[in-house]
Design a protein around this ligand. Structure first.
Ligand code: PEP
Length: 250
């Protein structure tokens, strides 16, 4: 089965609304690959600006987080319905920075993933090991656990539409990229895990990205691997280089 590539930027806590508009305008003439789904993951305050700015292009907008309740007394949180109403299509969930700095658990991420599906949002669930875990040889055990808990009660039909981002923590923002073989090994392991939870059809349909210092110079090799269906890009998504990654096959 041929899966459509999905290249998503994760802007993290960068770009004011004014800067966000300027970045979208900078990228607009450069980001044009009909073979690829392109997503800008942007801070909540930038969503309205970016949704407006990408109108007429094939770019979709992702939130970087979302709460799992419908509404109510959850000061500072953002609900699924708010994101849908604002024009968001994807939600990045369980990024290692949220798991690390904000102590998000796989159980909470699972509740958020289920809420995404209830509201027609597509989750991009991040998973990945620390350097210590890699050195201890427990990378795949750890990631399988993150995937199994993250996908609890998710149906096969829902899972088919989901995106998983494999992001080794030691490669995020460090300039240290996993080799294409290392990234492929884990992405294939994640696909095998999905096949165990569901079936091969679901495993063949779900899209698995690699993230961690992906840039123009290394994206071709990573994206050529059979189980790597795209990239989640931090640093390089904030500059014109992002377009080179989107246009990786040109
Ligand atoms: C990320 O934060 O998801 C990421 C992959 O960052 P970077 O590309 O900067 O390593």
């Amino acid at each position: 089965m041929s899966r459509r590539k999905i290249i998503a930027g994760n802007w993290k806590m960068n770009e004011t609304p004014t800067e966000a508009k300027a970045l979208v305008e900078l990228l607009k003439p450069l980001v044009n690959n009909p073979d690829v789904d392109v997503v800008y993951g942007v801070p909540a305050i930038d969503i309205t600006t970016v949704v407006e700015a990408v109108k007429g292009t094939n770019v979709q907008v992702a939130a970087e987080n979302m709460y799992f309740e419908e509404k109510g007394a959850y000061t500072g949180e953002i609900s699924p319905a708010m994101l849908v109403d604002a024009g968001v299509k994807y939600v990045i969930l369980g990024h290692s920075e949220r798991r690390g700095y904000f102590h998000e658990t796989s159980e909470e991420i699972n509740k958020k993933i289920l809420k995404c599906f209830e509201h027609g949002l597509t989750p991009i669930m991040c998973c990945g090991e620390s350097l210590e875990q890699r050195e201890q040889g427990i990378t795949m055990d750890w990631i399988r656990q993150q995937v199994k808990v993250g996908f609890q009660h998710v149906t096969a039909d829902q899972a088919k539409t989901a995106v998983i981002a494999y992001e080794p923590i030691w490669a995020i923002g460090t300039g240290k990229t996993a080799t294409a073989d290392q990234a492929e090994e884990v992405c294939k392991g994640i696909r095998d895990c999905i096949a165990e939870i569901y079936d091969t059809d679901t495993a063949e349909a779900i899209r698995i990205q690699y993230g961690g210092s992906m840039k123009a110079a290394n994206c071709k090799e990573l994206l050529a691997k059979p189980d790597i269906d795209g990239g989640l890009i931090g640093g390089a998504s904030l500059k014109a280089e992002f377009a080179e990654i989107v246009n990786y096959n040109k």
